[in-house]
Write a new protein. Structure first.
Length: 461
């Protein structure tokens, strides 16, 4: 066996051992203040090091400081673990090192992205004619979707933004929920639309956009080129905006509807949750992450657009040396995203979709929702504990009384290590925020986590 094969074998074994360890390991890194066991200071050594010694040094330095987000009791942010097939596909992707620019640089990468796009549209019930791009995540997807929106709403106002830019252009108005995700604002800044273009709409009691307020906001100005940003779902509560009503209202006003569906768009894949995103097919652009609820390793996000022309017009470019761009039977994936030289992201997502199948995806969504309800029932039955949101999907907000007490409990839970939940502020109050998004999580993991919290409550009081 060559030295490289031997190193690869040991590396793969290391990955497998880590993932096995993560199932029962303390969730947070030990808080001994040491951080990564690597010298983070000092200059780059003059002399290089043999590859196996480099990997040994890297792994020994990093492993003690890893956060076991791949394990079944990590409930922070909205983090999916990574399924087995896409994890291995990711290793292959690295080994193959394809450039997923177009079908000339990698016919395989371009072809697999095509298949992934078709499968994702099927499972999410999006229009078959929609164009799509495999992006780094929802932030990238929001930027692409809003770029396509910018192109089209200005074109309808007689302005070619791709050539003329925004100076002197009609002012775009962006109508979005007060509780939109902050990445929308960043995308608007990057696109030169600016956060001041936002016209915030009041939320309902669970954090979804209030349809009446949306109607009023749209009626207040029917002349400006308008983009409506809706959400599936609220990053704190999981609440989904009423997509059907939002799309119908927007259509009456000639507005573009962009759906930021980073995690909740997956509700469309489950018969028991599909109603939450009813009307999804009426929107103009959509974003959903793979690295959240589909349990694809990072970075994996997807953007879709009902207006392929606007999508490509806002993203594609050409250069004299480029061969294969916009030619041939397989489209150039880079014409639909922000990067040109890019990782062959399609292999990983293909592997996740193939490992789960339609049934497996639906079961994953349903199981996580049932486990979120289990958290809410068990924690909600403890005296002095209050569930802050209506649990519609996989997100649970928990208050332990005052903000100070809630923060103390969150801190204690994070240190204790059975499970990891983050904190958040919602409606002026502090909450523990639980997101169940990992296919490994079981009822026993929820029960064990609740028991750990119960113990801590007894110790702290
Ligand atoms: C609704 C929503 N939009 C966008 C994002 C950003 O996603 P990413 O970090 O994958 O770019 C998130 C992340 O949690 C989200 O919940």
């Amino acid at each position: 066996m060559s030295e490289f094969s031997e190193l690869m074998r040991r590396t793969a074994e290391r990955v497998a051992a880590y993932r096995q360890y993560a199932i029962d390991a303390p969730v947070a890194p030990p808080d001994d203040g040491a951080g990564p066991r690597l010298s983070l200071e000092g200059p780059l050594p003059v002399e290089g090091l043999a590859a196996d010694a480099v990997i040994e040094e890297l792994a020994r330095g990093v492993e003690p400081a890893l956060v076991t987000t791949v394990g079944p009791r990590y409930f922070g942010f909205v983090v999916g673990g990574a399924l087995d097939a896409p994890t291995c596909a990711d290793l292959l992707t690295t080994g193959w090192d394809q450039v997923a620019l177009n079908a000339t640089t990698s016919p395989a990468a371009a072809a697999f992205e095509e298949v992934v796009g078709v499968w994702l549209k099927e499972v999410l019930a999006l229009p078959a004619e929609a164009s799509f791009g495999l992006v780094t995540g929802a932030q990238g997807g929001n930027t692409v979707g809003l770029a396509a929106a910018r192109n089209r709403v200005l074109e309808r106002a007689g302005w070619d933004v791709e050539n003329r830019g925004l100076i002197g252009a009609p002012r775009i108005r962006v109508v979005a929920g007060e509780e939109r995700h902050a990445t929308i604002d960043r995308s608007l800044r990057l696109l030169g639309i600016g956060a001041d273009a936002l016209d915030p709409v009041r939320p309902d009691s669970n954090g979804a956009i209030d349809p009446e307020s949306l109607a009023l906001a749209l009626e207040a100005d029917s002349r400006s080129p308008t983009i409506v940003c809706v959400q599936a779902g609220n990053v704190n509560t999981g609440a989904c905006d009423d997509l059907r009503t939002a799309c119908e209202l927007a259509r009456r006003h000639g507005a573009w509807v962009h759906v930021d569906g980073a995690f909740d768009l997956w509700a469309a894949a489950s018969a028991s949750n599909r109603d939450l995103v009813s009307g999804i097919e009426l929107a103009d652009s959509w974003v959903v992450d793979g690295h959240k609820w589909l349990n694809v390793p990072y970075d994996a996000g997807y953007v879709f657009c009902a207006d392929p022309e606007a999508h490509a017009a806002s993203m594609s470019y050409s250069a004299a040396y480029l061969v294969g761009q916009g030619e041939g039977p397989i489209r150039a994936p880079s014409d639909y995203v922000l990067e040109s030289s890019r990782r062959a992201r399609g292999f990983c997502t293909w592997a996740a979709l193939r490992e789960l199948g339609r049934r497996g995806i639906a079961e994953l969504i349903d199981r996580c929702c049932a486990l979120a309800r289990r958290f809410s029932e068990q924690l909600g039955s403890i005296e002095g504990v209050e569930i802050g949101n209506e649990v519609v999907l996989n997100q649970v907000l928990v208050s332990f009384g005052s903000d100070q007490r809630t923060d103390r409990i969150i801190d204690a839970v994070q240190r204790e290590g059975t499970c990891w939940m983050g904190g958040t502020s919602w409606r002026g109050r502090r909450f523990m925020r639980i997101s169940v998004s990992n296919r490994l999580t079981t009822e026993a993991d929820v029960d064990r986590s609740v028991e750990a919290i119960r113990q801590l409550l007894e110790e702290i009081d």
